[in-house]
Design a protein. Structure first.
Length: 157
């Protein structure tokens, strides 16, 4: 029986990085979670019921962001129990935090891939999830200074 793997990333560059792993998808009973934006709605045509969307929100909108984040936390709980993954693989950022923590509480193994854009300093989500990940992968050798127990995996592209 194939392992259930949940691939999670915020829209944009993080999702682009995550989609570099799509060759691996068929090796698993996989699911994808990202934010719903115009730029990635076509993924529903490709992945069907294997993809789920969270509400898009950024810290650039400080009034609405906390509410969207709270909503996404509740939706993440629902999606976690719907999918019940063995592994969560994520490239971040804020969409990854809640579901990764939920997964960790319930025994799911967490693999975090720090973004290619981080060369010297980790993302906030990376720093928050680093202590709870089962495998933390960096794409730059220089990031091993900030995350000493990480694995240097090279560039995802």
């Amino acid at each position: 029986m194939k392992k259930r793997v949940l691939f999670v990333a915020s829209t944009g560059g993080h999702l682009n990085e995550l989609m570099q792993l799509k060759k691996m998808f068929d090796n698993y009973n996989y699911y994808i979670i990202t934010e719903k934006t115009k730029s990635n709605l076509e993924l529903r045509n490709i992945y069907g019921k294997k993809i789920n969307y969270l509400v898009f929100g950024t810290k650039d909108h400080p009034v609405s962001y906390p509410f969207k984040l709270l909503y996404n936390c509740f939706k993440s709980v629902f999606l976690y129990f719907k999918i019940h993954p063995d592994y969560i693989v994520t490239t971040g950022v804020h969409t990854a935090g809640p579901i990764s923590l939920i997964g960790k509480i319930f025994g799911t193994r967490i693999v975090y891939i720090e973004t290619f854009a981080s060369i010297k300093h980790g993302t906030i989500t990376g720093r928050l999830l680093y202590p709870v990940t089962d495998k933390f992968i960096v794409q730059w050798e220089s990031m091993k200074k900030e995350f000493p127990n990480s694995v240097y995996g090279g560039w995802i592209f």
